[in-house]
Design a protein around this ligand. Structure first.
Ligand code: HEM
Length: 144
């Protein structure tokens, strides 16, 4: 009887951990969509040499979204126990994220007249596409 009660309690806890995981995963995907669409929009403004980029909104909002994206990733990693140094596709995702941040930063800081801004924008887009493919296929080499 005691064992059955314990099993019942555990099964209730398992269900709630699973639903917390699903909710955080949905939030993660929402932050991914907001972050990538925001990046593409800011990148297009940068390519067009727009002054809009100096708006306070663009200095704050992307950082809030990106922090929430990383926080949700951290919660998923902790709940699932899939750490980037143990799971190859998560390691690849994290490295590609660093490359995406660096190339995105270089794009944002390049001079308006510099041709390199196009190169950094394209590089950042390739890295973020790779990250999404890795996330969807759960493989460091999507397609294999
Ligand atoms: C730009 C950065 C990121 C993008 C575009 C991204 C994209 C995604 C997407 C699309 C999914 C849903 C995959 C599915 O449908 O199953 C996902 C899930 C997930 N992501 Fe991210 N992610 C990013 C950053 C990270 C980081 C930095 C980590 C941690 C190292 C991480 C850890 C996870 C985990 C653990 C899952 C859940 C896997 C599962 O249980 O199915 N993500 N990510």
């Amino acid at each position: 009887m005691v064992e059955t009660d314990l099993e019942h309690l555990l099964s209730i806890q398992n269900v709630s951990i699973m639903s917390v995981y699903s909710i955080v995963k949905i939030c993660h995907v929402i932050f991914v969509i907001l972050s990538i669409s925001g990046f593409v929009y800011r990148g297009s403004l940068k390519m067009a040499g727009s002054e809009k980029l100096n708006l306070k909104f663009f200095k704050i909002f992307p950082h809030v979204i990106d922090s929430l994206l990383l926080l949700s990733a951290l919660v998923l990693v902790i709940i699932s126990g899939m750490y980037p140094w143990r799971v190859d596709w998560l390691g690849a995702k994290l490295l590609a994220l660093l490359a995406y941040i660096v190339s995105g930063g270089l794009m944002m800081h390049s001079k308006p007249e510099s041709k390199m801004k196009y190169v950094w924008f394209a590089t950042a887009l390739l890295f973020v596409i790779y990250i999404v493919l890795v996330a969807l296929t759960k493989s460091p080499i999507p397609g294999l």
